[in-house]
Ligand binder design. Sequence first.
Ligand code: NDP
Length: 383
Amino acid sequence: MTTRLDPDLSRRRFLKAASGALMAAPLASTASRTISTQVPNIKLPEVPGKRLGWALVGLGNLSINQIMPAFAKCQQSKLVGFVSGRPEKAKQLAQVYGVDPKNIYTYDNYDTVANNPEVDVIYVVLPNSMHPEYTIRALKAGKHVLCEKPMANTPQECEQMIAAARAANRKLMIGYRVRYEPFNQTMIKMAQDTTEMGPTRVILADAGFNIGDPTQWRLRKAMAGGGSLMDIGIYALNAARYLSGEEPIEVNAMMHSTPNDPRFAEVEENINFQLRFPGGILANCTSSYGVNLGRFRVFKPRGSFELDPASSYTGLRMRVFRGGTTEERTLPQRDHFALEMDHFSASVMNNTEPLTPGEEGLKDLKVMMAIYEAARSGRTVKL
Ligand code: NDP
């Protein structure tokens, strides 16, 4: 997830995508002419509905490798702008994705996006410490904001972002993409249904990967806010909260980083935490920058079920364990980012509350602060 983009590779990919798009356009129009003359009664696709215009802030790995391609699968969102510190890269990407060069901004002239009616939504995909400033500036410019997780490095900053959205009368959503895809959504329904296997008693949620380059911002405390917990363990925490459907009331935690590993000079490698929920559910969670992990499992009196992988971009799997049998559930594999962006566009267009608003990001930040406090003090922290 953190692999740096090789500029040559990326250039080749852009050129390939661009030439593919150029070749596909005349083919598509020829094909549609042929079909409409040969098959007069063919049902034409419906005229697409309104799409909101989106601008991405920060053209790094996530933006380039996941979010930009996801627009092709969106029904209600289109890519219209970029904000970047590297204008050449932005121009090159604009050519590939058909973004009007007049909609390319720098971090300095970012605020002038206020005068651009083509941009409805700003998607903040910057290092964590930059989320509050670029979210608040976008809200002040009158734009709705989808901000990547973690929402910010402190709960106080989250509160400022929520207040800015209220003051601007604009919507703010946090990028918890797995909440919008079928496997996690099915898992939530199964976890909260008591008829088949009984009530949820225990949740295991693990998330981690073996982080590379020791010089990256994710390993600088000032930019990342913390280590694996802020970046990847947040998936385990968020899952424990959405699978239980409750907010934790107590936290225990233990932390360990491999001594002398230059990657962990400032932030933690591994942090395990336990959560107690008011209805009696206990969750055991692991967060790691040292090993690959990605599993959520729910235990009930008459069976259990798991997602493994649970939070990867693709290839999620669900298995249900009951009475000594294992059943694999087949569910549609969907693009998480397309679903997430369309959800937010729909929330804006219909003036409804998004599923993961700023308040959701704030809740995770508060629990993460308690997890760090529990790990440092060796005591149970009450929330
Ligand atoms: P990258 O480091 O790959 O990209 C961050 C981009 O931010 C850079 O390419 C750069 O864009 C811009 N930037 C501006 N200032 C700085 C700076 N001082 N140092 C580094 N970058 C800077 O990060 P990711 O794309 O992996 O992550 C971005 C955000 O997305 C993070 O908050 C992360 O937690 C989140 N994320 C979420 C995932 C998910 O599944 N929801 C997965 C991965 C990340 P430019 O050159 O255009 O200015």
